[in-house]
Design a protein around this ligand. Sequence first.
Ligand SMILES: [Zn+2]
Length: 219
Amino acid sequence: MGLARAVLDLLLPPTCAACDAATAGGLCAGCAEALPDLALPDHGFADLGDGVTAAGAYAYDGVVREAVLAVKLRGRHGAAGPLGRLLWFELGLPPPARAPWPVTWVPSTRATRRRRGVEVPRRLAGPGAVALLERVRAGPDQTSLDAVGRRAGPRGAFAARGQAPRRVVVVDDVRTTGATAHAAGLALREAGAERVLVVTLAVAPAPARAAAGLSAPSS
Ligand SMILES: [Zn+2]
C-alpha cells in the first residue's frame, strides 16, 4: 500500500500530510498554525551520556504525529522533505548542504527500508547528508518491548562506516527513550567523534510511550 500511495503522490495534487487538505508544501496552512504550540521550548535537549546529546523540534503529538505516521506508515514520502526543512528551521541549524559539520542519519533496518520503500530519517535529513552509519543487526522489534527492553534493545545495533568526523549531527524521526539515539551516537563516538548531536523531528511525551502500541516510533 505504501508504494501505491507513493506513486499516487506523483500524480495527484499534493495534499497536507496531517489532514489531506490541498497544499503545495508538507503541511497545509491550518496544520502549520498548530506547529508553534508543539515546538519544544528547550529544543528537546537531553544529555544522553558518553558525549552524545539530543535535540528535538516538536512534541510527538497532534499534526506532527499525524504527519510522521503518514510518512512512515502511509507512504507519504513526499512530505518528508518539507518536514525535514521544518526540523532544521525549528532547531535553528543549517541543513546538511550548508552545515559546517557532516550530517548523517540513523539507518533503518533492511526490513523496514523494504517495507516503507524509503529510509525516512535520510529523507528528513535532506540533500547533502552523508552515510556514516550502518546497521550491524536488526535488533528486537521495538514496538513489542517495554521501556526497559527498548533501552537495552538498540545497543550495538550500529557501526560507523570508517573513521567518524570529530563533530557530527545525526538525524532520526522520533525520539522516545533515547536508546536508539544513544546507540547511534555511541557508534560514532567509538569511531573517533568527539561530539555527537542527534536531532529528531519529534520527541514522544511520556504518556505516548506507554500507549504508543502499534503506531509507536522506532524509539
Ligand atoms: Zn493540514
